[in-house]
Ligand binder design. Structure first.
Ligand SMILES: O=C(O)CCC(=O)C(=O)O
Length: 278
């Protein structure tokens, strides 16, 4: 297994993210892109969401809630090709190094088209939760972004404020959608197959999409095993949790990274029946 170098640990700690250039080979990226385009083009059975309060039912399998954007949730349910980014050997050593005992939770894609506006700054972890003690980095939530298409200036790239996982001031509300005009903000550019790994304590957002071509990234989010308990939420767990029938095809490493799924209650119909929704 690949060793994470001291230089990489230093950089992850000081920036809050690392970029792994060419981490995923181009044949896999092409196959993933093909499966994603196919799934974005079809309607999906969203009957699992029946009865959910409208306010929470915003992330359908195919989520078209945002103009000029398609978001797909629960990727391994859509095509086995998406399994290949779970516990990928180019990524797993970093998850272990920065998290200790990582578990995969949600997986989603975002495809943006021209006109998609900039998104607001956010972070999935409070800064207090990111720690370094005795030289050991611990981020209880780490997100892995894989670039499927070019992510260049104007493509609606991820934007981050490097070092903001240790920030001591709240952002001025005026900066909420100021994108690259926010002090310290930068755009994460790259090519298909490049990967960004970041602590969810890092303040991040998406830039406005001004180019004509589609821009797609996949997000595979991980939490420390002690926090792998999002199953109280029926809405989210539909996309987080993968049924045993699906996980049968996983490698031992993929099964290990999704172990929490053995212990949680499956998604159930909210109408009160005990029907398990696979
Ligand atoms: O691709 C983007 O616009 C950023 C997405 C994002 O911030 C997220 O998925 O948390």
């Amino acid at each position: 297994m690949k060793e994470v170098t001291f230089g990489e640990r230093f950089l992850f700690d000081i920036q809050g993210y690392l970029i792994l250039r060419g981490a995923i080979d181009s044949d896999l990226i092409k196959a993933i892109d093909h499966a994603l385009v196919k799934n974005e083009a079809i309607d999906h059975n969203e009957s699992w969401a029946e009865g959910l309060p409208v306010v929470t039912a915003q992330h359908f399998i195919k989520d078209l809630n945002v103009e000029n954007q398609v978001r797909m949730n629960g990727l391994p349910r859509l095509d086995p090709i998406f399994d290949q980014l779970i516990a990928h050997p180019a990524i797993l050593p970093y998850l272990k190094e920065f998290m200790g005992e990582p578990q995969l939770v949600n997986t989603w894609s975002i495809s943006k088209y021209v006109g998609r506006g900039a998104t607001g700054w956010h972070n999935g972890l409070p800064t207090e939760d990111y720690t370094v003690r005795d030289g050991v980095i611990r981020s209880p939530m780490v997100n892995v972004v894989t670039m499927i298409t070019p992510n260049q200036q104007g493509d609606g790239c991820f934007t981050v404020i490097p070092g903001s996982h240790k920030k001591n001031f709240k952002l001025d509300p005026e900066w909420s959608t100021a994108g690259l005009d926010t002090p310290g903000a930068i755009e994460i550019t790259g090519d298909p197959g490049d990967v960004m790994i970041f602590t969810e304590a890092l303040t991040h957002a998406g830039a406005a999409k001004t180019t004509l071509r589609r821009r797609t990234t996949l997000q595979y989010n991980h939490v420390h095993r002690n926090r792998a308990c999002p199953m109280w939420d029926h809405h989210n767990v539909r996309h987080y949790w993968l049924p045993p029938s699906l996980r049968e095809r996983f490698t031992p490493e993929q099964k290990e990274l999704t172990r929490w799924m053995d212990y949680t209650i499956p998604d159930r119909s909210v109408s009160g029946s005990e029907r398990i929704i696979d």
